[in-house]
Design a protein around this ligand. Structure first.
Ligand code: C2G
Length: 131
């Protein structure tokens, strides 16, 4: 069974997130999403998600591409995650191009997928504010 992993906040879930997860799942048989906790978002990413971790987790668990959702609590956990979950492929959008290549040394394939243009959580918030 080929195991794939990806990380993110996935707040205000949208088509860009969906396409990323769909393409990530197509790279294997089992997809783990490591979901940024509320504390990690605020303390490390400087962003406050609209939906709580639990709400975002339930949303992701309802998506058929997703097999498991676990918390992301720090930047450094990736190296241990890929061993703990016996990961074959690590996937991120290409806004992260090159940032996680160190995982190749752990025997993991690292794939950056083209971001879906024209949509982002920030854009959604701006559009709604203008309505
Ligand atoms: N994404 C995408 N297209 C978009 C928006 C997002 O492909 N229009 C992808 C991102 O590249 C990322 C995933 O969807 O791979 C989740 O995006 P975010 O929730 O914004 O995650 P991010 O803040 O990039 O967190 O440790 C890694 C971080 O947790 C990644």
């Amino acid at each position: 069974m080929k195991k794939v992993i990806t990380y993110g906040t996935f707040d205000l879930f949208h088509e860009g997130h969906r396409r990323l997860l769909q393409r990530a799942k197509e790279l294997g048989d089992y997809l783990i999403v490591v979901l940024s906790s509320d504390e990690f978002n605020w303390n490390q990413k400087g962003k406050k998600s609209y939906f709580t971790y639990d709400e975002r987790k339930h949303m992701l668990e309802a998506i058929r591409y997703v097999d498991l959702v676990i918390p992301e609590t720090c930047w450094e956990q990736k190296k241990s995650d890929v061993h703990e979950y016996h990961i074959d492929t690590f996937v991120m959008g290409d806004d992260w191009q090159g940032k996680f290549d160190f995982l190749k040394e752990e025997g993991v394939e690292v794939v950056y997928l083209p971001r879906t243009p024209e949509i982002s959580t920030t854009q959604i918030k701006q559009d709604l504010n203008e309505k």
